[in-house]
Ligand binder design. Structure first.
Ligand SMILES: [Zn+2]
Length: 420
């Protein structure tokens, strides 16, 4: 039964049911009693919190629905998916005011106050579903409803992070994640051949979170604030790590880096004047620092969708998302894109003319805006419990990977593959 809940609601949304076991007399949460009667809940959603015998499940069926005796696991699982849907706050689909006349099951129990999607005959919450409780399989709209109310699904990748991670990809199916560990050293995990590596320490003493970028397969450049407040740099080339070098400056918080072509790096930092400062690396080595103005209240984030195009984002003095961009030799902005940010944004581009920006909102959830077809989307709420700014990477069109620190300080990961 726990597996049935895990492969449905938990797999398709951010919800997680924890604390399974015998309930102490005063426990909060969902309190389940097992009884050979009709399974039900006594209330929806958080009204079940701490309610004794709030959810009733049947594991034997000797008395109620005896046809289940020959298919015990099927019945237990299909019922559990339905009843846990109620625990998440979902009412019966046949209670909807737009129920068609072809569905003659009477409304039963509380009705909802938010209609998600059109009438859904395939919902596990629909008595008219020709498959009983959907056979315990969520419909597309069930999954959408779970995402809209509990956020997108996530996995924990462990570790103990100080602040936000930094993610980059050098090619399809490959991700590199860099974090500042509790020992202030640089730590690294990567994803390749469909599996995650363990954590490795790369040493150093960081005074900010790292920022990493890959300009080609096998090449990674990592930047951070050093203990003297300057920008420090370490790189990986063909299997060998360099030491740390200082690139000077006095920076506040985490730097931002992007590469628009092999051999080219653009590094943006918040200076002690809260302005945006920039250095780049190209055929002539490192440039001097360039001042780009602005009044930042977070570290910047930068994306590039083509050679000669840069988009920089940061949090402004009013807490909103600021945007400045560079196109074929000219700087534009700043413009405000609204929202209320906690900490810095994370921007990424999967292709020309396309940007995705992720932020931690005032509710500590992940929020998202994107730019495509020459227009900005509205803000989209993606849920999650962030204790750091997010970091996003893309290895190709239609693919996004977002990382952040969870409540237990470990690394969390959500991904979009033409759908969350
Ligand atoms: Zn029900």
């Amino acid at each position: 039964m726990r597996d049935a809940v895990a492969r449905t609601w938990e797999a398709r949304s951010g919800v997680r049911f924890t604390g399974w076991g015998t309930c102490p007399a005063t426990s909060s949460g969902i309190r389940i009693t097992i009884s050979d009667t009709g399974p039900h809940v006594k209330a929806l959603g958080n009204r079940l919190n701490g309610m004794a015998q709030g959810m009733v499940l049947n594991f034997t069926f000797n008395n109620w629905s005896t046809s289940c005796r020959s298919q015990l696991q099927y019945c237990i699982d299909a019922i559990a998916v339905h009843e846990f849907g109620h625990a998440m706050g979902f009412a019966h689909e046949q209670n909807r005011p737009d129920r068609p006349s072809t569905c003659t099951e009477p409304a039963q129990g509380s009705s909802g106050d938010w209609l998600i999607g059109p009438w859904d005959l395939s919902s596990v919450m629909n008595y008219c579903n020709p498959q009983w409780n959907g056979n315990g399989n969520l419909s597309a709209t069930d999954q959408e409803g779970a995402r809209l109310t509990y956020g997108v699904t996530w996995e924990s990748l462990g570790g103990g992070l100080v602040g936000s991670p930094s993610a980059t990809s050098w090619g399809s199916g490959h991700l590199d994640i860099y974090v500042r560990g509790t020992d202030n050293a640089l730590w690294h995990r990567w994803f390749g051949n469909n599996a995650w590596s363990g954590w490795e320490s790369l040493g150093g003493t960081l005074a900010s979170e790292p920022a990493a970028v890959a300009w080609s397969e096998g090449r990674i450049d990592v930047f951070a604030r050093g203990t003297d407040g300057s920008l420090i740099h370490k790189w990986h080339d063909n299997g060998v790590w360099s030491g740390w070098e200082s690139l000077g400056g006095q920076i506040v918080g985490k730097p931002a880096v992007v590469s628009w072509a092999p051999g080219h790096l653009d590094v943006y930092v918040r200076g002690t004047d809260n302005g945006l400062h920039h250095r780049w690396f190209g055929t002539n080595g490192w440039s001097d620092w360039e001042w780009l103005g602005g009044e930042l209240t977070s570290e910047p984030s930068v994306a590039s969708w083509a050679e000669g195009r840069i988009d920089v984002f940061a949090r402004g003095t009013d807490g909103s998302l600021l945007h400045k961009w560079y196109d074929t030799g000219t700087w534009f902005g700043w413009e405000s894109l609204g929202g209320t940010l906690v900490g810095g944004p994370s921007a990424v581009s999967w292709g020309a003319g396309h940007l995705d920006v992720y932020v931690r909102g005032a509710d500590n959830a992940l929020h998202h805006r994107w730019f495509g077809n020459n227009a900005w989307s509205g803000w989209e709420w993606l849920g999650g419990e962030l204790t750091s700014a997010p970091s996003a990477a893309s290895w190709g069109t239609g693919r996004l990977d977002v990382f952040y620190r969870g409540p237990d300080t470990s690394l969390r990961h959500s991904w979009f593959n033409n759908g969350w």
